[in-house]
Design a protein. Sequence first.
Lengths: 520, 249, 213
Amino acid sequence: MTENAIAWIFIFPLFGSVACAILGLWKRSWCYPISVFCMIGSTWAGIETLMQAMDSSAGEVSYILGGWVLDLYPRGVGIEFRADLLGALIVLVVLGVGLIVTIYSKLPVQEETPNKEAIFYPLFLLQITGLAGISLTGDAFNLYVLIEVAALTGYGLIAIGSNRAAAAAFNYVILGTIGASLYLLGVGYLYIKTGTLNMVGICEVIEANGLQDSATMQVAFALVGLGILIKMAFFPFHAWLPNSYCHAPTTTSSLLAPLVTKVMIYVMIRMVLTVFGVDFSFESTLWTQVLPWLVVIAIVSAAVMALAQREIKRMLAYLIVAEVGYMVGGVWIYNYYGLIGSIFHVISDACMTLCLFLGAGLILRKAKTTHFDGLRGLFSKMPFTMFGFFVGGFSIIGLPPTCGFFSKWYLITGGMVAQRWEYMVVLMFSTMVMVVLFFRLIERIHLAVSESGENLGHGHGDLGLTKEQTKFDEGPWSMVLPLAVAACIVLVIGIYNQDVVNQIERFLEPFNLPKGTGRP
Amino acid sequence: MKKIALIPVVAIGLLLLYAAQDFPEWGDPASPASSSPVSSHFISKTGVDTEVPNMVTAVLADYRGFDTMFETVVVFIAGLAVLAILKNSRRGRGTRKDHEVDAEPDLIVTNTVRLIVPVIQIFAFYVLAHGHVSPGGGFQGGVAMGASFILIALAWDLDVALVRFPLSRCVVVAGLGIVIYGGIGLISMFFGGEFLDYAELEKVLPVSREMARYYAMLGVEVGVGFTVTAIMFALYANLSTEGRLKGGL
Amino acid sequence: MFEEGAIFNELLLERLNYFIYVILLLIGLYAMISKNNLIKKLIGMSIFQTAIILFFVSLGVKEGATVPIYKAEHDPHGHAVSHDANDTEVDAGVVHSPQALKQGQVAQYANPLPHVLMLTAIVVGVATLGLALALTQRIFQGYGTVEEDELLVKLEREDARKSVSPLKAKVSTPKKTKTTKAKGSASHKKSVKPNPKASKTTSKRTSSPKKKS
């Protein structure tokens, strides 16, 4: 059982989704327990895989589907699942977030998409299958198929809500297809020159035949990179993200927002480190010079647009675009600490975005609005929700002991050591903007001033609300408990950050990234 | 706007053509893709490993069977997502009634279809089963089978086809297809191999390791065929009636 | 201009297939980005994906090679027999068990891997197209148009209507409905205006607005 743990990661949600689809036709209420059971099983398998990866000498678990073992058959004949430390950490994050959102989803799914549970839960579980598979696969074409699995389920999960969501999903379809197809074209260019699709195999052939200078490799890198940048909503390709995540049902945005863009950043790190190799990606292409400046533009634009929003979910969507900018910048400043920061930020950003979106869902449910003006008095009305939401918020700002502080620390260290002052300055600037964003929210909730500046209360803590409106009326426990767990995870990852960073450092050892200035 | 859109399009085109000079010549047998150890293994050893004459089916269903499983899952997702999007969607201001004509099914068409549909279905089974020795397989056979139901819906009414293949049964059959595919993989795993290592099925079936792969490939293709049939028809039923399952083409 | 080694020769004669697929790809990409009608965008998406499939399939071509299905003499089940001039069966020493092919024989068959990959890509393309068409139908049901510019106008109006602050739920609709169709907005203004002032001074029931989110 345990030697196949890496296979159980996707077997549980796959069979669970089919079970939900078939049994849900009969009795809709069975979908929720089946989903929770499958996610628990899958999370156990993810923890087991991480343990195996940490215990193994090479720091990875290699599993070839179909039994085409490497000593008998050439590499690339079968499809390989490689769970090295990076992949195992990311897949555990995906499964953990999936489990929390599954538990959370009981009431929102019933209320926002009634009678459609038998369609929602299969798509939900298949989305998690796709994202977990992306984190584990070691085959470039298999990655394309899994990206499409994650994308198609995403389109369905977004458009299941309302007509407005369907219009937003159409835009996402067009942009997502361009991104995935450009990635596929890039894989085709790699194949035409190397003849294999296995990620490690491609790297071996590039080094053996000295293909670093060929025009095809440069263009393949550009195509793969462009495709992934579109799918991760890097500015200016981010146009699909705010509308899609804002109008999607609560459960969908709670699942997609923390995971989809972060898994795409993992894909970029995987392409850069494992497929193309450190030498080619950082030294033979121009990306190291150009991309940090694009990152600066991206972060500034996203932060400014987030400031202009008056509604929580849209503000959070623009914050996601800014966070994507952080992580892309962390990779392309070509520095050991920057890459540690980027990988750790993937993990911590998933958890803190989860807190924020779960909180936003609870606020929407109770206050019937996520507009800033509808939030007064929520600190006394829903204290646990607000605690969870603001743990996520402070983590985005970067206050210790939340995990966001430590990941920003490594990113800023990387920027400083690599002497990329533009990246450092933009990190500081956006941190200030995020402080403004979240403390403005606190002001709206706790003080009696509305968006248009009117004073609604009678001074000295009076919010202008009746006693009935401010009494304790927390959300249902099936929704508040997952939020509390997510907030605790944010704090725990922060406090025990050194353990996580040790594993990341162990993963990055063989790549020999510069620890000093990376500029030639 | 259209002029501005030309700029990124032309830029991508120039980028792609810049790399095209570096490619091997079209049809060059010594190109890296054609002479790599992976494709040489596929061509030379497929008979030894799996005893299947059609290399493409062997690679699709056995060597890269995991990809095919997720391809089947993609088809399943498409069907579910179309159901998700169009089920119970209210007809808003976009109501049109001009194409909903109440016409009698035509005598010649219905009688021709009555004769042809069984032949199509048998041909679909043939394409599926014969995929091991000629071009064919689960996807191709499944599409032909789904097309036979669509033909019934076109010749008569969608209701006539839905009586034979209601949407709930579509979902069950599609799910069953994935269960068959994944189930064969799971059974292989329980007998000690990796997921989808069909050779381990020799412990259950009274055949050699290679023939176990042969028969498991057939089973897997049947699963694929189930899913594709059901989803092709479900897609047609939903898209032609905008989810209401009444009227239609 | 068309000599060996010149750019035209390299691009247009020896590597004609790549040139053609790039043109197709650009047509599809241009349609996806710039066409106004949603259905035309989807047709462009289909052309775009077809161009990529064409590229991959052309990678597997080998000059003088046949389809990647074993010929009779290499059949793993070893049932091949050859016929001599009088059409009688001669056992040409065919080995009746599967054997691995040698290097020279490998070149007789086209590369099967691109075909397999493109089977998957075609199916994924069909699934995406089906889903996008369903989305187009839903958009048409909801907004009555599949032209992108009209759709954007309607979406902006709807977003502006729905993102009104809950404090101003009743008051600001007159301001915003100037741009929407005049569906009795005149009567709306008159009947709505007295209410918010009354509600603001008396009960301040703003934490449960009438579903304006």
